[in-house]
Design a protein around this ligand. Structure first.
Ligand code: ARG
Length: 384
């Protein structure tokens, strides 16, 4: 029968358990233990009747904040309680969702004074696929594979760029920094393409305080990192489209996005301009280029009034977060490999804390399969 899906009883059991433990956490941490039992039985009845339940605004908002708090790869968690949660669960068309994404970018960018924001769309119905945004982030640069095998733009996004072409995207201007269109896919519908209006995408042109030649490299980066392909899970409910952003830490751009060999690979270019000998690794040309690239990123963002944090400050803030969490009677699960900045690791205090446990608590954000890889399987499930 079309659209009909019998929920396996194991899934129901799991939902009952997951909702129960989240409602406990929610009422306990918010000092409303006395309200817990009533809400719990209400939710259980709703699950037994409908196979799912609808979270209150507060349950959703607090769950999203705790999901951030539980993100073991994030060094910026001191600010978890300042996350603004936009409840967009009522939207039902791709157009409405696109408008809400534009609004997210505007509200979060805030003229450069970045506000940590999450927009939550309707959860996946039990046994059904959920709403998906194909793009890993709302603002990302295309990667165009050239006939000779080289890549113009961001090599990380070659596969997405090609998937978008197959959906009918004509391609952008062909610069190294073409902003990709968004793809929104509703459950059991075809994916839809939407072009982002240029004026909502704030970008920072990169210059260096000491090297005038740096400007001529023509580098820039977008102000806002909005992760849009992860699943937010709260109390057993899966929000498959719940894009969220913080502000950048400088090394994400200066060390990884622009420096990685498999990304923009700019260390040799910067080193040559610095007049360094790149034939011998022992001159530490990579290290020196990395530092100057990162100086350029931090100072350019500051110059343009765009929020950014350096890795020393972020590390210190993370230790502060641990302190506050300890006072609240909690420990901070963390993935050391991700927490230690990719530049000057040992000069930051987090490097020296080797006891972190990478425990995955819920609510949390989880990776999901890229939808374009998932497509045939999904169709099968639908037809079956
Ligand atoms: N590392 C990713 C990027 O360079 C962004 C990840 C999220 N970062 C953040 N500061 N909230 O685009």
């Amino acid at each position: 029968m079309r659209g009909y899906y019998q929920i396996p009883s194991g899934d129901l059991q799991e939902l009952l358990l997951d909702s129960g433990s989240y409602l406990h956490l929610f009422h306990h941490e918010r000092g409303r233990v006395e309200a817990s039992a009533a809400r719990l039985s209400e939710v259980q009845a709703e699950i037994e009747r409908t196979g799912t339940y609808w979270q209150t605004d507060d349950e959703l908002a607090y769950g999203a904040q705790v999901a951030w708090r539980n993100s073991t790869r994030c060094i910026g968690r001191l600010h978890w309680q300042s996350l603004t949660v936009r409840d967009m669960r009522h939207l039902s068309t791709a157009e409405e969702i696109f408008d809400a994404l534009i609004e997210h970018i505007q509200v979060a960018t805030n003229g450069g004074k970045i506000r940590s924001t999450i927009t939550v769309f309707a959860p996946a119905a039990p046994g059904q696929p959920g709403i998906r945004i194909w793009n890993p982030q709302l603002i990302r640069y295309a990667g165009y594979r050239q006939p000779d095998g080289s890549i113009v733009g961001d090599p990380l996004h070659v596969e997405l760029t090609e998937a978008l072409r197959r959906l009918g995207w004509q391609g952008g201007a062909g610069t190294p920094f073409d902003v990709l269109p968004l793809v929104i896919q509703l459950p059991n519908q075809l994916p839809r393409l939407f072009e982002l209006p240029q004026e909502v995408v704030l970008e920072v042109p990169l210059s260096h305080p000491d090297y005038p030649w740096f400007t001529k490299l023509g580098l820039k980066w977008h102000a806002l990192p909005v992760i849009s392909n992860m699943r937010l899970e709260i109390g057993g409910i899966c929000y498959t489209a719940a894009p969220f952003n913080g502000w950048y830490m400088g090394t994400e751009i200066g060390a990884r996005n622009l420096g990685d060999v498999a990304r923009y690979n700019l260390l040799p270019v910067v080193a040559e301009h610095l007049g360094l000998d790149i034939r011998s690794e022992r001159t530490l040309w990579k290290d020196r280029a990395l530092v100057e690239l990162n100086v350029a990123v931090l100072s350019s963002f500051a110059k343009h009034g765009v929020t950014i944090v350096d890795h020393h400050t972020a590390s210190r803030q993370f230790l502060r977060h641990e302190e506050l969490e300890k006072q609240a009677g909690r420990t901070v699960p963390a993935h050391w490999v991700w927490i230690v900045p990719p530049l000057s690791g040992s000069a930051t205090p987090v490097f020296h804390k080797t006891h972190y446990k990478n425990t995955i608590l819920k609510p949390n954000f989880f990776y999901q399969q890229a939808p374009w890889r998932d497509l045939p399987q999904r169709q099968l499930r639908w037809l079956g």
